[in-house]
Design a protein around this ligand. Sequence first.
Ligand code: EPZ
Length: 415
Amino acid sequence: MDSIEIKGGTPLQGTIQVSGAKNAALPLLASALLPHGESTFTNVPDLVDVRTMGKLLRHIGCEVSGDRSISIRPPASDPKGAPYELVKTMRASVLVLGPLVARYGYARVSLPGGCAIGARPIDQHLKGLRLMGAEVILEHGYVECKAKRLRGAMIVFDMPTVTGCENLMMAAALADGTTILENAAREPEIEELAFVLNKMGARIQGAGTSVIKIEGVEKLEPIEHAIMPDRIEAGTFLVAGAATRGDLYVRGARPDHLDAVLAKLRRAGAKIEVDAEGIRVRAEGRFQSMDITTQPHPGFPTDMQAQFMALAAIADGQSIIKEQIFENRFMHVSELARMGADIQTDGRVAVVRGVAGLSGAEVMATDLRASASLVIAGLVAEGTTKVQRVYHLDRGYEHIEAKLQAVGAQIQRVP
Ligand code: EPZ
């Protein structure tokens, strides 16, 4: 099991390149099940989760080739399902459910089970498929869906769900009639998926707003598409550039995807400049404390909460961080505390009292964004930090130590 060793104290300087978005790539690869023929995606990030989705699509019966540029040809008929041994490693596997039912009239997908950051059920996904006429059977840890042809329906989500919205948008694209998704999630990745489905011939309006209208069509055509940049990877680098009091240009970062994150960085005292190619962050001296409440997009993203906690840990004064989306997304707190951070949690609220500085320590990664938080803490801590279980990091950050080394970080992977 690899770990990452960081010698803190070096400001990040120079240009760092953002990769394709993990949370766009996963639904987009699944969407290739819908059209007849081979679709190709470029700017695909080289991530464990993307490779897992490729394995799952192969298991289902797709021809999958390439890595930076992935081509997918779905089977003409008789697709396999999504087995537990694959789904348990990545809950986003559930994204094949909607396309399989829509295209083939049948799907058998293992239930994702919980994960480190919370229970994360898929009741909203299943509610939507039932409303569209699918017969949904839950047994032996699997969900089985059958429908001769899905039909359009009015679906009101109990809460904005990103993959729930993506699953049902894909299901509705081939349904008979019109589907309305109310209280839909508004993440940029949902707009990206709708854009690609429309390129395939779907008729989707309103993606990015909380009401999405999908008029079902008979058939979809394969496409080529370059995947959008990863706004969470970009945000993670911006926080690292600020925390290390460096001068970092994050190429490929899109300011329109990061409004809430940029506002909080400015509030903390970082200088932010945006241009057509990316975002520049600079910081010097102490940081102001900042209060954060995670919300569905366009509110402050839960996937950036852990990274900001590392910044708040060395800011002046007290920061209140509320995690409203997931019930257990503070596992980085005890690890940051081992590095000298002063953080009290009570349920979904963390009170962070800034300290003069952090000290390097051996720490344990527990989930994807918690590990990013520990890397940022290691970059600013005095001495050496060793982050264990970096396989969590590899799920969502492409070659992170190489990218950070190139802008001055003293960081290396230790087998
Ligand atoms: C997506 O997860 C992202 N993953 C997550 O990113 C992200 O944290 C999350 O959205 C929130 O923004 C992908 O896009 C692959 P949700 P998802 O459905 O879709 C509850 C990362 O770090 N809920 O929007 O699984 C759920 O329990 C990952 O890259 C139900 O109750 O999240 C949660 O509390 C982590 N029933 C809330 O809604 C449902 O049927 C939001 O979940 C669905 C969701």
